[in-house]
Structures are given as C-alpha cells and as structure tokens.
Write a protein that binds this ligand. Structure first.
Ligand SMILES: Nc1ncnc2c1ncn2[C@@H]1O[C@H](COP(=O)(O)OP(=O)(O)O)[C@@H](O)[C@H]1O
Ligand SMILES: [Mg+2]
Length: 250
C-alpha cells in the first residue's frame, strides 16, 4: 500500500530574478546554477552528493525559510541571532501544503551540541515543565553523541511534524541507522514529512522517498541504485581487496 501523507512542504522555488549576483556564496554554488523548483516527496526527501556541493547550505535555507533557527532545534528554540546564516533562505519561495505541522525539528550534526546546551539552560531557568523530559530525561551532554542523537529521534519527535535532518547518520552505528529507518517509518505513518541530507546508503534506502543528487552539474533525481554513494559502497563490499589495492598502490 502506498503511504500518502498530508504534505506540509510541497516544494521550494529559487527566486532567481531577485538574486543580485551569482558570483558570491551561497549563490555561486554549482547546485544552484540550474535550480528552479525542487518538489518534495510527501514522506521523505533525501539530499545527497559529494562534500561541498551545497546540501547543508540548501537544507539550512529551507529550514530558515520555514521558521526554524539556523542553528537547529524546534520552531521555538530561539537561542541565537538570526544573522549568522546564509541569506539563501530569503530567496526561496516555500510552497506549503494545506495542513500545518504540529511538530518540527531541524537537526544538524554540526551544532547538536548547542541544542543540548540550550536545553540545559532553559531547564536551569526553570519555567514550565522540564524541556529535557521531552528528549528522554537524560542530559544530552551525559550520553554519547550517538545515544543523545537517537534519544532525540525516539522521544522528541512526536509525529505530525516536519523534520529536517543534516547527516543524522554521523553519530550512529550501522545498526542504529537501521533502527532509524524503523523510527522514520513510524513517524511517516504518523503523518510526518522528512527532508534529510545524508551520505548513508542505509538511510537513503527508505523506499517512500525521492533522492536528489547534488553535483557540479546541478541537482538531479536518482534511484537509490544509481547514486554514487550506493555504487561505491557496493563496489567496496563486493571486492574489497581490489578497491584497497587501487587505493593503497595507486
Ligand atoms: N559561510 C560560508 N561562506 C562561504 N562559503 C561557505 C560558507 N559555508 C559553506 N561554504 C562553502 O560552500 C560549499 C558548500 O558547503 P555545504 O553546503 O556545507 O556543502 P555540503 O553540505 O554539500 O558538504 C563549500 O565548498 C563551502 O566551503
Ligand atoms: Mg553538509
């Protein structure tokens, strides 16, 4: 059976005519050169591709255009000023669905530490129920990076939400990455939408999804088996010795 969610975000459109110059970051990114409109899958959309192609820049712009803090967190985590992020978000037109998400989180591996610190600060101030309880109750600083990350997926993500994740696999073992597929599926069944930048062929294997590969040529939709990530990992596992010989003996 095909799952079909209420879609919170249908697509983004780059307001090309308003961009002053394509010579400077972030507008000089090759992936933006040909970007017009990117249409999201109602369940999961993956942004993949080599390092430096602009996945994080675009993901952050999507998140800020939706009202998230550029450093990450939920809609109401306003713990830093807004002026450190790239201006790309201001040049994106977000085409939203009819339903509004009731939950949301922007999770960046790079600044997850700051989210953890911010929760502790909020709880020290002591207004209302403890924030950490909605993350599983144990200080995120007192767990390993992977455990803290996973606790956030399990406890903080509540369904009916839009979840934007940047390299969620960074801290997770292969087994945890597979568990993450299960959690993504549960949340999709609870009417959630994900946009995920990832290098993990395990995570990008989630079937109800679109995969967009970023390269020097721009952004192109791919099937899992066509992606560079999948093919390279497959080659490695099928003939590790040949790959090692090539890598180590030039
Ligand atoms: N604040 C910035 N100022 C100038 N260049 C940047 C900035 N942030 C990232 N870049 C450059 O933009 C490119 C894309 O970065 P990023 O979006 O992080 O790529 P990805 O997530 O695909 O690895 C990189 O080459 C990086 O050096
Ligand atoms: Mg990145």
């Amino acid at each position: 059976m095909e799952l079909f969610n209420e879609q919170f975000v249908r697509s983004i459109k780059l307001k090309r005519e308003e961009i002053p110059s394509f010579k400077k970051y972030p507008f000089n990114l090759p992936s933006l050169k040909t970007l017009d409109e990117l249409s999201f899958h109602p369940n999961v959309t993956f942004l993949i591709g080599e390092n430096g192609m602009g996945k994080s820049t675009l993901l952050e712009a999507i998140a800020t255009a939706l009202g998230f803090n550029p450093e990450g967190g939920s809609f109401n985590f306003n713990f830093s000023t807004y002026d450190s992020h790239s201006p790309l978000g201001d040049y994106l037109k977000v085409i939203k669905g009819i339903e509004k998400p009731r939950d949301g989180f922007f999770l960046r591996a790079e600044s997850f530490y700051n989210v953890a610190s911010n929760i502790e600060e909020l709880d020290r101030e002591g207004f209302g129920p403890r924030v950490i309880d909605s993350f599983g109750g144990v200080s995120l600083h007192e767990q390993s990076h992977g455990e803290a990350f996973f606790a956030t997926f399990l406890h903080r993500f509540g369904g009916n939400g839009i979840y934007i994740l940047d390299e969620p696999e960074a801290a997770l073992s292969p087994l945890r990455q597979m568990s993450m597929l299960t959690r993504i599926h549960d949340l999709v069944n609870e009417n959630s939408q994900f946009i995920i930048a990832t290098h993990s062929p395990i995570i990008m294997a989630y079937p109800e999804a679109r995969i967009f590969e970023f390269s020097e040529e721009g952004i192109n939709e791919r099937r899992l088996e066509e992606t560079n990530h999948y093919q390279i990992m497959k080659q490695f596992f099928v003939d590790k010795n040949r790959m090692l010989h090539h890598l180590l003996n030039g």
